[in-house]
Structures are given as structure tokens and as C-alpha cells.
Write a protein that binds this ligand. Sequence first.
Ligand SMILES: NC(=O)c1ccc[n+]([C@@H]2O[C@H](COP(=O)([O-])OP(=O)(O)OC[C@H]3O[C@@H](n4cnc5c(N)ncnc54)[C@H](O)[C@@H]3O)[C@@H](O)[C@H]2O)c1
Length: 330
Amino acid sequence: MAAHSGAKLAAYHLILFSLMKVLLTTTSFQDTPGKHQELLNKQDFEVDSLRGPLTEEQLLPIIDQYDALICGDDDLTAPVLEKGKKGRLKYISKYGVGLDRIDLVKAKELGIPVTNCPGVNQVSVSEHVFALLFSFCKNIHLEYNVTKAGGWKRYVNREIFGKTIGIVGLGAIGAEVAKRGAAFGLNVIGYDPYAKPEIAEKYDVKMQETFKDLAAQSDIITLHVPHTPQTEKLINLDLVENTLKPGVIIINTARGKLIDIDAVKLGLEKKIIAGYLADVLDIEPMPENYAMKDWDNVLITPHIGSRTYESVERQGSAAVENLIKMINNH
Ligand SMILES: NC(=O)c1ccc[n+]([C@@H]2O[C@H](COP(=O)([O-])OP(=O)(O)OC[C@H]3O[C@@H](n4cnc5c(N)ncnc54)[C@H](O)[C@@H]3O)[C@@H](O)[C@H]2O)c1
């Protein structure tokens, strides 16, 4: 009897899944071979792949054709979600952590569940933080080009040992940065009013009462908070002019909108900020004439902090599993 109903359920799922039309927009999922692709291919979904992140303009004409999205940082605005809901859209599985490009209030109002993939990319992103930091402090970004061209220019570099690193946001990535920071002999301080106290204890992070307290003491500031109204322009003109320790290095692998770009430009020009190292921009992909892209004290990578073979596979599999769970729970 149980076997009979189990077989019936399996048959039901087969039909349900084969009726699902899924839009896949994340390029790292598509471009990186691995178990995540095998898992998606094993489902009976009809999958269309597009090269995201897609704008509202690109999504509006097509969104209503899909039952589900496996998306990256596409513009899932209220009009897009409303159009989707009028059509077939039932599930959104975000590949990644940040949900700031999805209108979550509208999704909830329309009854469209949204999932993300916490806890899968913190190792990759925290390693990227140190890749940026060491590249900059050892001038690898400059030396590489000189020796490539046959030159031999010997820069004087910096050590990070003994410096104070201020971690803003002691979540999954912030905690991994703290762990690695201690191993490199950094004095680790943090600011996160919502962090679990045991994380700070475990990694010996001296927590600060305010963000300004952290900013005033840090030789290196690294941002690991989501983009919210509270965190928008966390690095602003007032902070640059009145609080930052001169010579600070700012690392941003979180979101471009956490900084006021004009304030950072001014800080770099006045040498209050020694270096701005970013994996994320306020406009992505980077426009051709993007301010600061040619500056020696600015290092930009194209939002690839979590784009490692290991992390893409974990993240992609989690995104597919989340979608399967949503469909099964429906
Ligand atoms: N570059 C990349 O490829 C990449 C990859 C993954 C995540 N990210 C970005 O990194 C951010 C952090 O990711 P995570 O996985 O560590 O997220 P997380 O949710 O585990 O941690 C975020 C932390 O920020 C804290 N926080 C929230 N609001 C705050 C505020 N106003 N002030 C101080 N702390 C605050 C939270 O308490 C939490 O501990 C993401 O939101 C995302 O924007 C970037």
C-alpha cells in the first residue's frame, strides 16, 4: 500500500516537474561545470538560460512565461513580479545571498516564495578579501604589468601584520574574515549590533559600540553587511572627512551602494584613504568610463568573490534544491 502511494507520488512529481518552465539567469551557474548542472539537468524542467543580470526592461516582456526563476542579481522589481504573477510565476530561487535586487515586500504580497543560499560562499569571499588586500599591499597589481612588459620596477610594499582590521557585519563572511585575520596577526575589531556574541568570542573579535568607533581605529575596513536603507552610503563624506584613520584601506566585497563614490574619490585624492579595493560596484557591469578604474590606488574585480569552482557548485546545488523543496511544499 505504502509502496503503491509512493509510486503514485513519484509519478505526480514527474508530471509536475515536467510542466515547470524555469528561467536560469545566473552566468556563473551556466559557465561552471559541476554537480549543480547535473542536478538541474536531472529534473524534468524545461529550462531557458539567459545571460543575467537582467534589467526590468528585459524581464517585463518574458517573465510571465515562467513558473520559476533561478536568478542572480536581476532586477525583480514590483512591476516585474506583478507581471510574473499575472502569468505563471510561482517560485523564485536566488542563486547567492544578497536579496537586495528583489522587491521582497511585493513578492510576499503576491504570495511568491523567495529563497536564497546562505552559508555556501563565505570561504570563497573571505579568501577574495585577502587576495585583494595582499595584491594591493604588495603592489602585485602594478608589478604584474611592469614585468609583463619586460620592466623591473621594484616597489616598496606594506606588511599587514599588527594592523587593525575593522569588520563591518560579523555574519557568515565576516566571521571567516575574522578567522583568517587573526591567523595573519591582525588585530580584529568588529561592528554588528545583531551578531551572535559567540562568533566574536570564538574569533577574538573586539566588538565596537558604533560603526564610527570601528572606523576611527581601523587601518583596514572590510564591509560584509547587506545593502539596506541603514547601510546605504555607510562610507560617506562625513566619515571620510571627520572619522577615518588617515591611510586606511577600504575593502568592499558586499555591495557598491554601501559607499558614496564621490566621498571615496575625495578620500583617495586627499590620501585619507590609501586604497579602495572593490569586488562590487554601484553600477554593474562597470561602464567603460567608470570613475577611478585607472587609479593605482583602486583595485576592482568584476563581482567574482564567490565565483570559484567550489562555491559555484555548492551555491548552484543549493539553488536547485531550494527550488525543488518549494515545488514539493506547494
Ligand atoms: N562579492 C560577492 O561575490 C558576494 C558573495 C556573497 C555575498 N556578498 C555580499 O556580502 C554580504 C554579506 O554576506 P554574508 O553571507 O556574510 O551575509 P550574512 O547575512 O551572513 O551577514 C550579514 C551580517 O550583517 C549584519 N548587519 C546587518 N545590518 C547591519 C547594520 N546595519 N550594521 C552592522 N551589521 C549589520 C548582520 O547582523 C549579519 O551578521 C551580502 O549581503 C552580499 O551583499 C557578496
